[in-house]
Design a protein around this ligand. Structure first.
Ligand SMILES: C[S@@+](CC[C@H](N)C(=O)[O-])C[C@H]1O[C@@H](n2cnc3c(N)ncnc32)[C@H](O)[C@@H]1O
Length: 435
């Protein structure tokens, strides 16, 4: 699709929402007539701030710029100016550097519970200092407040469950040092590859002050109970890597007065227009999957060529510890979104935020995104076919989190503007294994 430059020098700008929707179209080229350029004090062609803002929106997309000569012009001046503008408008921040090359690239969600993560994945996690600093801040507040033992004069017991290669264990060690407080530390991890690194760190970095447990947290029987249970088992949708199931199992060894970090997490959902993703799913289907299975599967992606049709709304929330008699991690919710303008619905985009402890939070919700945190990309739940949304459109969708003894899965279906069949019934195309 070729986008004729949307603004004219003498006309008012198009509405920002309309421009945002263009970013969700499969735009291949932007045509800029030479007559739209202004002259700077040196007589050279430049674009107005409004026009620059339009180009900025398309910076992360792979678009070409076509200069249309509709006035007397030395074309080389325009070409040079656009090259300069490309460099000027590119924002050099942590997020942009990290996501470069991942734009709209589909990834399967990880299943760290049943598939052992590889070293390079841990390495990628560990690059996100913002995540660990925020955890450390939460631990600082929790450990400062906490005293261990019946009498309160014993060191608090902190267990890091799902310790990986130890960045959160290191954060506990740092807090104990900063507070000048004795803390008993356990690291529980079921991945034998990560255990090797932990063994080395216990001996060479942590001076044997950490008790290492090579076991699944759901079956581990510790010699004592924890005051604080720290974990990072979160996926892009919060609960989709089975943090609820793991922590429900681990809280057996948390004192009744104990604290979980995180204390809660909430998923969010927003309707999405991304014809690019829709086509990628179709084209990149692997031989072992039918087209239906490919569309009934969520994907992790850094979205670039997309339009978020409405603000995200909260979907499912989980609290820890959960001391209810019958823990039920199934969920159902129906959401209703009002659309600002006609568009094409291709699926839903999911985010999450989490309260680690009291006011310390992490978020990938676009409105509250933790600055410079790169650990999680959004998750996308596709629809089988794009759905046209008219003027004053309403989108209604139902979402389920379902489980049985073996697995957890999501189902979703559209009620408005059209009723679709339920996607992924009984987890037939996508599920997360518990064992
Ligand atoms: C997302 S990684 C986080 C690792 C580390 N805490 C970090 O921040 O780098 C989750 C870790 O939890 C481990 N894990 C998941 N479920 C577990 C379970 N039931 N018992 C023990 N470890 C588990 C995985 O092997 C993985 O190392």
């Amino acid at each position: 699709m070729v986008l004729q430059f949307l603004y004219c020098r003498y006309r008012n700008a198009v509405a920002p929402c309309e421009l945002n929707r263009w970013v969700g179209e499969p735009v291949k080229a932007i045509v800029i007539p030479t007559s739209y350029f202004l002259e700077n004090q040196y007589g050279k062609p430049v674009l107005s701030k409004a026009h620059q803002d339009v180009l900025k929106k398309f910076m992360s997309l792979d678009v070409q710029y076509i200069i249309k000569v509709d006035s007397e012009a030395d074309i080389s001046l325009y070409v040079r100016y656009l090259q300069f503008l490309g460099k000027k408008l590119y924002v050099h921040d942590v997020m942009n550097e990290f996501v470069h090359g991942f734009e709209d690239f589909l990834q399967n969600p990880l299943q760290p519970l049943t598939e052992h993560l590889e070293t390079n994945i841990y390495e990628t996690f560990e690059k996100d200092q913002v995540k660990y600093d925020t955890y450390q801040n939460a631990m600082y507040k929790a450990i400062a407040y906490c005293s261990g033992g019946e009498s309160g004069d014993e060191p608090p017991v902190v267990m890091v469950v799902g310790a990986g290669r130890g960045p959160l264990v290191q954060a506990v060690v740092n807090v104990a040092y900063t507070l000048n407080k004795k803390v008993k530390i356990y690291a529980v991890e079921k991945n034998p590859f990560a255990i090797n690194t932990l063994l080395d760190r216990v001996k060479n970095e942590w001076n044997n002050q950490v008790t290492l447990v090579s076991e699944d947290m759901r079956i581990y029987e510790p010699p004592e109970k924890a005051d604080i249970l720290v974990s990072e088992l979160l996926g892009s949708f919060g609960d989709n890597e089975l943090s609820p199931e793991c922590l429900d199992g681990a809280q057996r060894f948390l004192k009744k007065t104990g604290i979980c970090i995180p204390q809660s997490y909430t998923s969010y959902l927003a309707p999405l227009q991304s014809l690019k993703m829709h086509n990628e799913i179709k084209v990149n289907r692997t031989a072992d999957k039918t087209l239906q299975q490919s569309f009934e599967t969520p994907y992790i992606a850094h979205l670039a060529n997309f339009y978020q049709i409405a603000e995200p709304q909260p979907l499912f929330r989980f609290n820890h510890p959960n001391w209810s008699e019958n823990i039920n991690n199934q969920r159902y919710k129906k959401l209703r979104f009002r659309c600002e303008q006609p568009c094409v619905l291709t699926g839903f985009v999911g985010y999450f935020d989490t309260v680690l402890y009291k006011d310390v939070m992490l978020s990938i919700h676009p409105e509250t995104h933790t600055p410079d945190m790169v650990s999680w990309f959004p998750i996308v739940f596709p629809l089988q076919e794009p759905v046209h949304i008219g003027e004053d459109g309403i989108i209604e969708v139902s979402f389920w989190r379902v489980d049985n003894e073996e697995k957890v899965w999501y189902e979703w279906c559209l009620h408005s503007p059209i009723q679709t069949s339920v996607m992924n019934p009984n987890g037939r195309s996508y599920f997360i294994r518990k064992h």
